[in-house]
Design a protein around this ligand. Structure first.
Ligand SMILES: [Zn+2]
Length: 222
């Protein structure tokens, strides 16, 4: 059985050959991609992006980001997004996010999104871009009404260690992913927690997550 950890900051051990095979998307920044890609193993794929907290000095960084995104093993652009509580001016964050949305579209790779208290701005950006590229909000913990709105707009939501149980029930399984982010919990533990909350059998849930992954041709499901 294969489990997918779509967003993590920790290099995970190589698992192939065991009962459970774990495939992870390790988050990188343009500056640390080279080092991290060397230290990773065959169970690891990558996302790379300019995080909203660190959008200063964007011109050079966007150039190196584009080179990295072309890499086969880089399967998503992220984490990128908007944060009203931390980081530089929101207008600059939006500008750099828009540039990275264009890169995601150009190379056909999904976006992994960090969003803190900037939901209206995120929704406006999504409505303004015609694309089939998945927009995946990571570490999602929003309330029920917000969840319904985001689902209706076609967002995908990735659930980690902490989540809103009521909201989870309003996310169609087809729009769902799981992640460990910075948690010390295993992806297996997160799958267990989420599948139990949804009343799914673990294996059945894992099978549905595999279906979600293969739809995006992440290259992880082969
Ligand atoms: Zn993260």
């Amino acid at each position: 059985m294969t489990l997918f950890d779509i967003h993590t900051h920790n290099v995970k051990p190589y698992t192939k050959g065991g009962l459970i095979d774990i495939k992870s998307i390790l988050n990188t920044f343009p500056e640390d991609f080279n080092d991290l890609s060397k230290s990773a193993n065959e169970s690891t794929w990558f996302s790379c992006g300019i995080h909203p907290w660190y959008v200063d000095g964007k011109t050079e960084r966007l150039k190196s980001l584009e080179e990295i995104i072309k890499h086969d093993r880089v399967v998503a652009v992220g984490e990128v997004g908007l944060d009203k509580l931390k980081g530089p001016d929101l207008n600059l964050q939006i500008e750099v996010f828009e540039e990275q949305i264009s890169l995601a579209n150009k190379y056909g790779k999904p976006l992994i999104i960090h969003c803190v208290k900037a939901w209206d701005e995120l929704v406006a950006l999504k409505k303004g871009v015609k694309t089939d590229i998945p927009w995946i909000i990571h570490g999602y913990r929003g309330g029920v009404e917000q969840t319904k709105q985001l689902v209706s707009l076609g967002f995908y939501l990735s659930i980690g260690e902490k989540f809103n149980l009521e909201s989870l029930k309003h996310i169609p399984v087809n729009s769902l992913f799981c992640e460990t982010d910075e948690s010390s919990k295993s992806i297996e533990a997160i799958y267990k927690q989420v599948s139990m909350s949804l009343g799914f059998d673990f294996n059945q849930f894992a099978f549905r997550m595999l279906g979600n992954m293969s739809k995006f041709a992440f290259g992880l499901t082969k």
